[in-house]
Design a protein around this ligand. Structure first.
Ligand code: IMP
Ligand code: MG
Length: 176
């Protein structure tokens, strides 16, 4: 068991399980793009570890950029998603894959879709390491899902509880 701020968390998903899920995501995306060079967009802060490992497993030419969004306060998602760092790259005619650490309510996805609408993108796909089906309230299709999990708060592997826990190599679940 570990403690972050006022809460305790128990081990939930091992580093090895995470790595297999990411390898499988990378293979699925790789199979889909043939010789085309996709642009991956990592969503900061949470996705930095996912993106790093995803890129190491992706064996064909690809490009990478980051966007920074935030919606969470403490352990609950808020409806207001803020864009903190935008994309300054020309994405017209490109195939873009958004790489998320986790999709919870889907508010961030809606905001991301909106942001990219103005750009003349060829196709926009969404990949996420973790997905909470019971919390998801939107009808945007998620193209690649690593691991579906129950609607409980998790930390580790990039995910935080009020900024702590991002450096844990495995994932922990809120102890309640
Ligand atoms: P959504 O907008 O509700 O889908 O939430 C997306 C963002 O909230 C993710 O990119 C994470 O940064 C954060 N988030 C959602 N669920 C969790 C969780 O269980 N632990 C930590 N952060 C989370
Ligand atoms: Mg995030």
């Amino acid at each position: 068991m570990i403690q972050l701020h006022d809460k305790t968390f128990v081990p939930f998903i091992s580093a090895q399980e995470i790595d297999s899920a990411i390898q499988s995501l990378a293979q699925q995306v790789e199979a889909e793009f043939g010789q085309e060079i996709p642009v991956f967009i990592g969503v900061l802060n949470g996705s930095f570890m996912v993106v790093s490992d995803f890129m190491k497993h992706y064996q064909k030419p690809c490009e990478l950029s980051f966007i920074k969004m935030a919606s969470y306060q403490g352990t609950t998602s808020t409806d207001v998603v803020k864009q903190l760092i935008g994309i300054n790259q020309d994405l017209s005619g490109r195939s873009v894959v958004i790489i998320e650490d986790i999709v919870d309510t889907g508010n961030t996805l809606v905001e991301l879709k909106e942001l990219f609408k103005a750009q003349n993108i060829k196709e926009l796909k969404i990949a996420t390491l973790f997905f909470k089906p019971e919390a998801y309230k939107k009808d945007i299709k998620i193209d690649y899902i690593g691991i579906s999990i129950p609607n409980k708060f998790i930390v580790g592997y990039g995910l935080d509880y009020d900024e702590l826990g991002r450096n844990l190599p495995e994932v922990y679940q809120l102890n309640e």
